[in-house]
Design a protein around this ligand. Structure first.
Ligand SMILES: [Zn+2]
Length: 289
C-alpha cells in the first residue's frame, strides 16, 4: 500500500474521556494515545474534554440506505467543526475535475462498473492529506468503508476512533423510502410517509412526521423509479449482507456504537448527541470561544 500511508494523528480530544487516560498527562504530552481503545462514549463519566487539543474526531458513519446517515453525519460535522467526507462526493468531484484519476474514473462509470477499493482509498487519502495541509483536525466519513477489506485498507491509512451504526427497523425504512418524492421542477426532496410504527419486543414505537412540499411543488412530485417495495427490500438485503461482517469487524475492535434511531430528526438528534456524550458540547464550545 505504498503511497497511501499518511501520518496517523495520535491523540484524540475524545480520548480523554476514557477512564484509563490521564487527562492532564495526555493534554501535556499529546503523544502515544492511539484510538484503538474502547470508545470514549462508553466511559463518559463527566470528564471534561480538552477542546484545545490538536486532534478532533475521526469517525465513520454506517447505516442502511434511507436511514438518514448523510443528514446526521453532516449535522455532527458542523457541530464538531470537522469535514463530512462522503466518498460518493469524492468520486463526483474527481469526475468533474481534470485530476489524474478523472479519465480512468469516467471510463469505469461509463461502462457501468464499480469503482475499485484502490481508487476510492486513493481519492480518500488525497482528500485527508489535503485536509491535513489545510489544518483540518478530524473527519466524519460517510459511505466508506463498506467492506472488511476496505476497513483494513483504511486502518493502514488513518486511525478510526468510532463507528456509528444508525439503525431503523426494516418496516420503517421501507415506508420511508416508499414515501420519498422529488419535485420535478425545483429538484427538492420531500417525504410523504407519515410513519407510526408500533413497538414490540421491548422496543418503543417510532413516529416520523412527513416532510411535505410547499403547495407550489405538490402537483409536480415524482417518485424515483427504483423506490418500489421490491427494489427497496432488495437494496436493504444486499446492504445487510455486506455490512454485517463489517459491523462485526468494528464491534470486535470495540469501536462500534449501535444507535437505534428513536424517530425523525427532532427526536433522534438530541438522543444521538447524548449517546455520543456530546449533549453538552455546544455549551462547552461556546464557553471556550
Ligand atoms: Zn418544487
Amino acid at each position: 500500500m505504498a503511497g497511501i500511508a499518511r501520518v496517523a494523528r495520535s491523540s484524540s480530544i475524545f480520548g480523554v474521556g476514557r477512564c484509563s487516560y490521564s487527562t492532564t498527562a495526555s493534554a501535556a504530552s499529546g503523544t502515544g494515545l492511539r484510538a484503538d481503545h474502547a470508545p470514549p462514549f462508553l466511559h463518559s463519566g463527566g470528564v471534561a474534554r480538552d477542546v484545545s487539543k490538536d486532534r478532533n474526531v475521526q469517525w465513520v458513519f454506517l447505516g442502511c440506505p434511507g436511514v438518514g446517515k448523510g443528514t446526521y453525519a453532516s449535522r455532527l460535522s458542523s457541530l464538531l467543526g470537522v469535514p463530512h467526507i462522503a466518498t460518493g462526493d469524492l468520486v463526483r468531484e474527481e469526475l468533474a475535475s481534470s485530476g489524474p484519476l478523472s479519465q480512468q474514473l469516467s471510463e469505469i462509470v461509463n461502462q457501468g462498473k464499480l469503482v475499485s477499493d484502490e481508487i476510492i482509498i486513493n481519492l480518500l487519502s488525497k482528500r485527508l492529506e489535503a485536509g491535513d495541509a489545510r489544518g483540518e483536525t478530524g473527519f466524519i466519513l460517510d459511505g466508506f468503508p463498506r467492506t472488511i477489506k476496505q476497513a483494513e485498507i483504511l486502518d493502514g491509512v488513518t486511525d478510526i476512533d468510532l463507528v456509528v451504526n444508525l439503525k431503523l427497523p426494516e418496516g420503517v425504512l421501507v415506508e420511508k423510502c416508499l414515501g420519498r418524492r422529488i419535485c420535478s421542477q425545483c429538484g427538492k426532496n420531500f417525504n410523504i410517509a407519515n410513519i407510526d410504527f408500533k413497538g414490540g419486543d421491548g422496543k418503543p414505537g417510532i413516529s416520523m412526521a412527513p416532510l411535505l412540499p410547499p403547495s407550489h411543488c405538490t402537483s409536480k412530485l415524482i417518485t424515483r423509479a427504483d423506490d418500489t417495495e421490491e427494489v427497496v427490500k432488495a437494496r436493504l438485503r444486499i446492504y445487510n449482507e455486506q455490512s454485517q461482517p463489517l459491523e462485526e469487524y468494528y464491534r470486535t475492535k470495540g469501536k462500534l456504537l449501535e444507535f437505534d434511531l428513536p424517530g425523525g430528526i427532532p427526536e433522534s438528534w438530541p438522543r444521538l448527541l447524548e449517546a455520543l456524550s456530546l449533549d453538552d458540547y455546544e455549551e462547552k464550545r461556546s464557553a471556550v470561544a
